[in-house]
Structures are given as C-alpha cells and as structure tokens.
Design a protein around this ligand. Structure first.
Ligand code: SF4
Length: 200
C-alpha cells in the first residue's frame, strides 16, 4: 500500500481529541476539496507492506490508531489493514470523506465521516447510503466554510435526523451480532419520568 507518513501525535479532532494517537496517513484521494490542507498526500508516498505498517505502528506503544489520508478507503489494502489492527487489539479510528462505500470496513473500527458541504466543491460526491450504515460509535464531521455551509449542514442534520438518539432494538441486534464486550444502557430516568423532566 502507499503511505505518506506514519507518526505519533495528539489527536486534534473528534470526540477523541487530546488522546495520544498513532496516525497512518495513506496516499491518494479521489476528491479535490477547495480548502484541502492535505494536497501533499495526493501523490508520491512510500510503498509499504501491511506487515511493515503494523510493525511501525506497534513500535510507538500506543493503542489508539487513526487511519487517515488523503482518502484512506481509496486503497483496497486499507480494509485488511484495519481488520488486522483490530485483531491485534488496537482501537482504530478512520477519518474518511464518506464518498466511498463503508460497508466493507470492519465495523469494530470507529468512523469519522467527513460530510462534504457545498463550499468544498465536492458535495456531489457524498455517498448518502453511508449514513444508513453508521454505528453508535461513529461520528460525523462537517467542515464549514461560510454561512451557506452552516445552513446546509443545519438543515441536513434536521432533515436526516442525524442527531437522533438511536433506537434500542437495532442497537441491541448489532451488539449481539458482533458479540461486542459492552453493556447496552439507556437513560432509565428519562423512560420513568419523561425526557423533559429535570432534577431526576
Ligand atoms: S477529502 Fe480530504 S484529502 Fe481529499 S481533497 Fe478533501 S480535504 Fe483533501
């Protein structure tokens, strides 16, 4: 696979912000966002075997890894890399533009889906079906260039109910199917007293 860089730093985005993290930045991107700050990832890079990527990640002694780019899912080898890191016990984050089908991703990984607003010039590349395949641990990201982007994102969140609380039944089914070592919990006090009651 082609790798632009592997480095160890502090996570600067998402709900994982502030956590030490190993970053694997893969080469290449199928988009050309107007404000892209990663143009250097479009070409070049170093050809590295998956085994060697994993060895280099392990050398940092950090359990959190982010696979990023460029567009990391544009390389077919990204999928086995993600699965193998998960098998080795790593917590894996994937920063993706959401323009590529996420269904082949090992879903133990946590996706940070970067929805492209109109200001990026790439709004037509959003693969909307991806929104239907998100898991509770996944996150959405919007880069807002201007007021128009803000209003577009606000309306999308409302229309698609992207801020909705997950239904418990599908969540329970996903957990059972994946045999995740986790506990399903809901806000019991809200079920008893109602969502708008305070002081409970
Ligand atoms: S998806 Fe990311 S790497 Fe690709 S052009 Fe857009 S900002 Fe740059």
């Amino acid at each position: 696979m082609r790798v632009t860089e592997i480095f160890y730093s502090i996570q600067g985005e998402s709900s994982h912000v502030g956590r030490p993290c190993v970053f694997v930045r893969l080469t290449g991107c199928n988009l050309r966002c107007r404000w892209c700050d990663s143009v250097y990832t479009f070409t070049g890079g170093e050809k590295v075997a998956i085994d060697d990527v994993i060895k280099r990640v392990k050398a940092y002694g950090c359990n959190l890894v982010e696979i990023t780019g460029g567009e990391p899912l544009a390389q077919a080898e990204a999928f086995p890399l993600i699965a193998r890191l998960l098998d080795d016990g790593f917590e894996v984050l994937i920063e993706t533009s959401g323009s590529i089908d996420i269904t082949p991703v090992d879903r133990r990984a946590k996706l940070i889906l970067d929805i492209k607003c109109p200001g990026s010039g790439e709004v037509a590349k959003n693969r909307w079906e991806n929104l239907d395949d998100l898991r509770p641990h996944d996150e959405l990201k919007f880069v807002i260039a201007d007021r128009a982007d803000y209003e577009w994102a606000r309306d999308l969140i409302a229309e698609r109910r992207l801020d909705r609380e997950l239904e418990l039944k599908p969540l329970a089914e996903w957990m059972l199917a994946d045999r995740v070592p986790a506990r399903l919990q809901t806000q019991l006090h809200k079920h008893i007293r109602g969502a708008d009651v305070h002081g409970v």
